[in-house]
Design a protein. Structure first.
Length: 157
C-alpha cells in the first residue's frame, strides 16, 4: 500500500499509445497541439530522469495542482517539495503516454491524457499504476508553461 501511495504521488508531476481511436496515433494534431504534446512527453522524461531543475522549468510561477494523493490543492512550492521527497523513494522505470484530448484557445491549452507508470520503491518492490492527467498550459512571451494540473489514479497492480 505504501508503494501505491508513493506512485500516486508521481501523478502530480505528470500528468501513451494504444489501439483506441482516441489515442494520438490516429489523430491529426495541429502544429501547436503537437508542440504541447511534445512538451508533456519532455515533462515526463524529466520526471523519469529525476531532473528537478528541468521539471521546474515547466511550471508557471502561479501554478496550482491537485495530485491524486493530496487532500487539497497545492501551489508550486509545495509541489516542488513533494516531488523532491517522492523521488528520493520512488524511481520511474518506464512510462507510457496516451494523449487523449487537447483544446487550444488563444494562449491557453487544456490537455487530458493517461499515463502508465512502472516504478520501483527504495525497498526494491515494483508496481504499475495508471493515472488520468489534466494540465492547463499558458503561453507567455512565446513559451508554454503549466499553470494548473490535476490527477487521479485509474488502477494499481
Amino acid at each position: 500500500m505504501r508503494g501505491v501511495a508513493r506512485t500516486a504521488g508521481l501523478a502530480i508531476v505528470l500528468g501513451f499509445t494504444g489501439a483506441s481511436p482516441l489515442f494520438a496515433a490516429e489523430v491529426d494534431w495541429t502544429p501547436v497541439e503537437a508542440e504541447i504534446w511534445e512538451l508533456e512527453r519532455a515533462y515526463l522524461r524529466h520526471l523519469q530522469t529525476e531532473d528537478l531543475a528541468g521539471l521546474a522549468e515547466f511550471w508557471h510561477e502561479a501554478f496550482i495542482g491537485w495530485p491524486s494523493h493530496a487532500a487539497e490543492p497545492v501551489d508550486r512550492a509545495t509541489s516542488e517539495a513533494s516531488i523532491s521527497t517522492l523521488l528520493e523513494t520512488v524511481q520511474i522505470l518506464s512510462f507510457d503516454f496516451h494523449p487523449l484530448m487537447i483544446r487550444v484557445i488563444g494562449d491557453l491549452a487544456v490537455v487530458q491524457y493517461l499515463v502508465d507508470l512502472d516504478t520501483e520503491d527504495a525497498d526494491g518492490s515494483r508496481s504499475s499504476s495508471s493515472f488520468r492527467i489534466t494540465h492547463t498550459w499558458l503561453e507567455e512571451e512565446g513559451r508554454w508553461r503549466i499553470v494548473g494540473g490535476m490527477s487521479s489514479a485509474t488502477r494499481s497492480e
